[in-house]
Ligand binder design. Structure first.
Ligand code: NI
Length: 255
């Protein structure tokens, strides 16, 4: 059994066939799926989906590319959503310097990231972090404002050195489709070095479909391809990878 620990099934790309996608996931052995919001609207949508489907859970938060969606009432609204027992995390939140080049707006991203880390602490919830080309500042914030919080750096794209610092904090890394790509660069080396209890598998569907589905719409069933690649690189059986990644997800998110 597998858990897809990061997904966006509220996306309109699933509006035609969401139930079939869930059925395919079940057949593939994916027993639970966690959907993350990136705006207030999508946070509401993933919460509603989680209420309607037994196997779905939700994380709520404002993504760093969506900071214009954040105002002084946002954390109160997120806390209201998090009162539902199927809402099990704050995310995805973090920093994205790939799409944001303006230094003033990067500072706003940091401020909003920290406010949502504080919210996670108040609500005693784990955190799912988006870090794109902002590894130094993300790590610094996790070491300070994120102190004593639990969480995952989803779709990990930093260096092995940074990963070691992340693991030292007790945070996990999330691994997705890019691990299966021919140009997966430093990722194989990182997952090989990762302690077994520090890895989660995820799809980030509808984005980042793994080989052999690369370029198509991604879906939770394909998380098995990520697990297969992990097994190959680490010299483990698929069963073993399924067992410890599922256990890691259950421990982090209290499933
Ligand atoms: Ni995502």
């Amino acid at each position: 059994m597998f858990i897809d620990t990061h997904c966006h099934l509220e996306d309109e790309k699933f509006s035609e066939d969401r139930a079939e996608v869930l059925e395919c996931a079940k057949i593939a052995g994916v027993e639970k799926i966690i959907n993350f919001g990136s705006t207030l609207k999508s946070s509401i949508a993933v919460t509603e989906l989680a209420k309607n489907f037994f196997e779905l859970y939700a994380g709520v938060g404002i993504h760093p590319e969506e900071i214009d969606d954040f105002d002084e009432k946002t954390c109160v609204r997120l806390a209201e959503l998090a009162a539902d027992k199927k809402v099990i995390a704050i995310g995805e939140i973090g920093l994205d310097y790939h799409w944001e080049k303006d230094s003033a707006r990067r500072l706003i991203q940091q401020k909003i990231f920290i406010e949502q880390l504080d919210l996670a602490r108040q609500l005693n919830l784990p955190v799912c972090v988006h870090d794109r080309e902002a590894h130094g500042d993300t790590l610094k914030i996790l070491q300070t404002a994120g102190k004593n919080l639990r969480g995952v750096l989803h779709c990990y794209s930093g260096s092995l050195e940074t990963a070691r610092e992340v693991w030292k904090l007790g945070w996990l890394i999330g691994v997705d489709g890019p691990l299966t790509f021919k140009n997966s660069a430093k990722l194989p080396e990182i997952v090989k070095a990762a302690p077994r209890d520090m890895i989660l598998i995820e799809t980030d569907a509808p984005y980042l479909a793994p080989t052999p589905y690369r370029g198509k719409r991604n879906e939770p069933a394909y998380v098995v391809e990520v697990a297969k690649k992990l097994a190959e690189i680490r010299g483990e059986t698929l069963d073993k990878v399924a067992a410890y990644t599922t256990a890691n997800a259950k421990t982090l998110y209290g499933l």
